[in-house]
Design a protein. Structure first.
Length: 380
């Protein structure tokens, strides 16, 4: 009898410990989704608790929590039609969750986030980190997501501890086919230094991504030399904005653009019959993975997480791909098959990938931009 009593006592103790769980209570097994009680100091602490739940229970908790919140505040820099399509699909898949959108240029999104954080006004839940990632990180404004923003198998290079990427933005060399034959088009950044392109090739007024990727791949000294020869010696045409450059190239204002987005050119070729074509630079392929972030004190943490999971999902990235964009997931259906050349095969041999964590290269790029491009702009 004594042995049976001991067994019953041990069994009761084990059951008690399992039910209580690591948190010391029964909340983990309650019917209601986990909440954000006063004991949690930040959103990432909530996410740490969610990460301990079984996946099915966690996903149910996230959806119910987001529906209870009712809203998620998204700060974005995507084109209006593209973010609109994403929001429409998201709300159809997640009834009861409304997306309130603030949309502007990437640097302005980051600045607005930073201003609000410093003022103690946490109005944004999730959005583009853009060039403000490191500043927001210094302000301790970013929630750690514990990998919950994406399902198993998501490319690791597009996931940080407090950021996640949802698209790849390669820069290519493009040319106007009415002015340049395919056989004569520049095939590399070295080719752009040829005197025959003097005063005929454009570059953005703020080519941060291209220059940062060059520094990462080539080093600052070699990049400095290229900038001097291209901007000063070959008198590169400085234009503000990649969209503007694309339109001017197609209009015939100049025959070559040194660094514009592949998806934009390909989209105009396919949809408008634009007189343009593009090449993958043989010496350097720059590709940027813009970072998305969740606020450490987001008012709608469940909604923010649900939106993040949608943006990293195949369904969400397929919506984006319909506009010619290149997702991060390898199973995304690309609108234009030719774009696969940018993320597979020989192109990967000279790929210089940038993420929001490459701040030191962007700092060095700013120095060179101020050294070579800023004086040209002031002289106008």
């Amino acid at each position: 009898m004594k042995g049976r009593s001991v067994c019953r006592w041990v069994l009761s103790l084990v059951i008690c410990l399992v039910v209580m769980g690591e948190g010391g209570g029964i909340a983990a097994f309650a019917a209601e989704p986990p909440k954000l009680p006063a004991a949690y100091k930040s959103v990432d602490e909530l996410y740490a608790a969610l990460a301990k739940l079984p996946e099915a229970q966690r996903q149910e908790a996230i959806l119910k929590g987001a529906q209870k919140e009712g809203t998620v505040n998204v700060y974005e820099a995507s084109n209006e039609d593209q973010i609109g399509a994403l929001i429409k699909d998201f709300t159809q898949r997640n009834p009861g969750v409304k997306v309130d959108l603030f949309r502007t240029l990437a640097d302005e999104v980051a600045q607005k986030m930073l201003t609000e954080v410093r003022a103690g006004r946490w109005l944004w839940d999730v959005g583009n980190a853009g060039p403000g990632y490191l500043d927001l990180k210094k302000e301790k404004a970013l929630a750690a997501h514990y990998g919950l923003v994406a399902r198993t198998g998501y490319p690791k290079y597009a996931l940080g501890t407090d950021w996640f990427g949802v698209e790849t933005l390669p820069l290519i060399i493009a040319y106007n086919t009415s002015q340049v034959k395919a056989t004569e088009a520049p095939k590399s950044y070295k080719d752009l230094l040829d005197p025959k392109w003097k005063g005929k090739a454009s570059i953005d007024a703020s080519p941060d991504n291209l220059i940062a990727s060059m520094i990462k791949a080539w080093g600052k000294e070699k990049t400095d030399d290229w900038m001097n020869k291209f901007v000063n010696v070959n008198q590169a045409l400085i234009r503000k904005g990649h969209t503007v450059q694309t339109k001017l190239l197609i209009a015939g204002e100049f025959p070559v653009a040194s660094e514009i987005y592949a998806y934009a050119v390909e989209n105009m070729i396919k949809t408008q019959g634009a007189p343009a074509d593009w090449v993958i630079p043989q010496d350097l392929l720059e590709a940027d993975i813009p970072g998305q972030i969740i606020a450490k004190h987001a008012a709608h943490p469940y909604g923010a997480l649900l939106w993040a999971q949608y943006r990293t999902s195949r369904e969400g990235q397929n919506v984006y791909a319909k506009f010619g964009r290149i997702g991060v997931r390898p199973d995304v259906d690309m609108q234009y098959p030719r774009m696969k050349q940018l993320i597979t095969g020989p192109a990967l041999d000279h790929l210089s990938l940038l993420t929001v964590e490459d701040g030191k290269y962007f700092d060095q790029a700013s120095e060179l931009i101020n050294k070579y491009i800023a004086p040209r702009l002031r002289a106008k």
